[in-house]
Design a protein around this ligand. Sequence first.
Ligand code: PRP
Ligand code: URA
Ligand code: MG
Length: 211
Amino acid sequence: MRVHVADHPLVAHKLSTLRDEQTDSPTFRRLVEELVTLLAYEATRDVAIAPVEVTTPLTTTTGVRLASPKPIVVPILRAGLGMLDGMVRLLPTAEVGFLGMLRDEETLQPRTYANRLPDDLSGRQCFVLDPMLATGGTLAMAVDYLHHKGARTVTAICLLAAPEGLEALEAHTGDDVDLTVVLAGLDDRLDERGFIVPGLGDAGDRLYGVV
Ligand SMILES: O=P(O)(O)OC[C@H]1O[C@H](OP(=O)(O)OP(=O)(O)O)[C@H](O)[C@@H]1O
Ligand SMILES: O=c1cc[nH]c(=O)[nH]1
Ligand SMILES: [Mg+2]
């Protein structure tokens, strides 16, 4: 598993505002979208391309286009939905699948309430979106769903992760999945409720205004 933490002043600036408890939901949603677009640039560095002939007003030249099969983007509801628009702005032709998952507040175990993925993901590059990688349980289960459908290359785009969650995810992931995690920031630890510290609180609540 590879972990890439974005090293860019704009990412750091936007992430700091996102963490601020005074940031309201509309601003929070806009910042999440902007951050995802910046992270997506890094996360798609190895996206598969194919040559294509282009006729300019002057001549014909060789360019590139996204190769087939097209990548698939999978937001993990609820909070991951706030990242979808920012991602498809960069990859407008990607297919979109959905996973709805909720972590039990007591046991910290994830439960899946929606699963809408294509049947065959072999040969597809999968981009999973979820702002928070805490214990890693949710992302590990999501990667398992993709793997069981044939995916071998998975990139997770998260805003924040805890070291404990990255460790658990790496231990869980077998060698036959090429997993990359792209982050805006790597935080210090988890607290006793499984929240990322310093973190930004409950991403789903802050995105969708449930208090
Ligand atoms: O790494 P983990 O310990 O599994 O926790 C991370 C998960 O928790 C949050 O979702 P939550 O369960 O709160 O659902 P929500 O998006 O509906 O708020 C977050 O968006 C991740 O999906
Ligand atoms: O810090 C955390 C951990 C899990 N889910 C969140 O939304 N925030
Ligand atoms: Mg939540």
